[in-house]
Design a binder for this molecule. Structure first.
Ligand SMILES: *Cc1c(COP(=O)(O)O)cnc(C)c1O
Length: 332
């Protein structure tokens, strides 16, 4: 799969590190060796996985002559923060629609990503109730801005369309090149699975290059069967977009939904344990909504002997640590 034909803005400045996590692995009994792909260290204000997707999405926006980006997310959305951050750097206007998925969770003076939206100079934010039709809401804002003469471009939630997911096909290729150079064999990969572009892109990249590395997604909101369907649909479309030959079997998509807890963005004991354990063994910060719950999943899978003893397991750290500061009470 030759990705060089797709326009991108070159936001990456080289590969993100793959780090061993020996103290963390020991704290879990030394049954497996955990490695961490540090996409939390990607460029873009405060880092995180959306930079890889936006590299391609914003290139498409600029190619289409846009001067204004509209996107959406939850009230503490890392995707909104990074879309805004890259728009600022590109000299584009950025408007955000925030979905209040947990009633009463939006605080105009809230901390975390919400605080950063203001510092980064967002043009407007509109808060809508949980369950709103976000595409319709973005269309409404786009229509208003078009009447005012703006050339708008809508990036869907999480930048999880085929253009954005291509960033994670590229990430899988990057990982395989690093494993080659570092003479490292990875037996299994674990990724957070939310709006699905990250999970779908990684699977397409791994399957499409016959890497033989199974990928497990840890859900942050939906039940297993629904999420697997969403990931498979996007992976199939992305495989076509990047020119992968053949079909992507549904059996390549595996999700675990046991670590969501009461719902999207709501804290769980296992998330708190995961955030503290990684911080206190490796000095790496996870986040409460995505990477913390995904790591809680990996910890539980290790404890329950899901992996062969001695396996090397690669965890994709997708970032999100600014949201920690909106959850101070959870960690007291
Ligand atoms: C968006 C996000 C994810 C999930 O990625 P998707 O591509 O939406 O599945 C994981 N971690 C963090 C920190 C995120 O912001």
């Amino acid at each position: 799969m030759d990705l060089s034909k797709f326009p991108k803005r070159n936001y990456l400045q080289g590969p993100t590190p793959i780090e061993a996590a020996p103290a963390f692995s020991r704290a879990l009994g030394g049954k497996v060796n955990v490695f961490i792909k540090r996409d939390d260290l990607l460029p873009g204000c405060a880092g995180g996985n959306k930079t890889r997707k936006l590299d391609f999405c914003i290139a498409d926006a600029i190619e289409k002559g846009a001067d204004t980006i509209i996107t959406c997310g939850a009230v503490q959305s890392n995707h909104c923060r990074l879309t805004l951050a890259w728009a600022v750097k590109e000299g584009l206007d950025c408007h955000l629609i925030l979905e209040e998925r947990v009633a009463g969770s939006y605080k105009p003076a809230g901390s975390g990503n919400n605080f950063l939206f203001n510092i980064l100079g967002v043009k407007s934010t509109k808060v809508v109730p949980g369950g709103s039709d976000m595409l319709a809401e973005m269309d409404k804002v786009a229509e208003q801005l078009k009447t005012a003469g703006k050339k708008t471009y809508i990036i869907p939630g999480g930048a999880s369309n085929t253009i954005g997911a291509t960033g994670y096909v590229a990430c899988a290729q990057e990982i395989l090149q690093q494993l080659f150079e570092q003479d490292l064999k990875i037996d299994h990969m674990v990724v957070p699975s939310g709006s699905a572009g990250t999970h779908a892109g990684i699977v397409v990249g791994m399957y499409g290059t016959s890497a033989g590395i199974p990928v497990s997604g840890i859900n942050v909101s939906r039940p297993k069967d629904i999420q697997e369907g969403i990931v498979h649909k996007l992976a199939t479309e992305t495989a076509k977009h990047v020119g992968m030959r053949g079909d992507l079997p549904a059996s390549e998509i595996t999700c675990f939904d046991n670590y969501v807890g009461p719902g999207y963005s709501l804290p769980t004991e296992s998330m708190i344990e995961a955030v503290k354990l990684l911080a206190q063994t490796e000095s790496i910060l996870l986040d409460p909504v995505y990477s913390g719950k995904a790591m809680a999943g990996l910890i539980d899978l290790i404890r329950n002997d899901h992996f062969e003893p001695g396996s090397n397991v690669l965890f994709l750290h997708t970032g999100g640590s600014p949201a920690l500061y909106a959850y101070l009470d959870t960690f007291q």
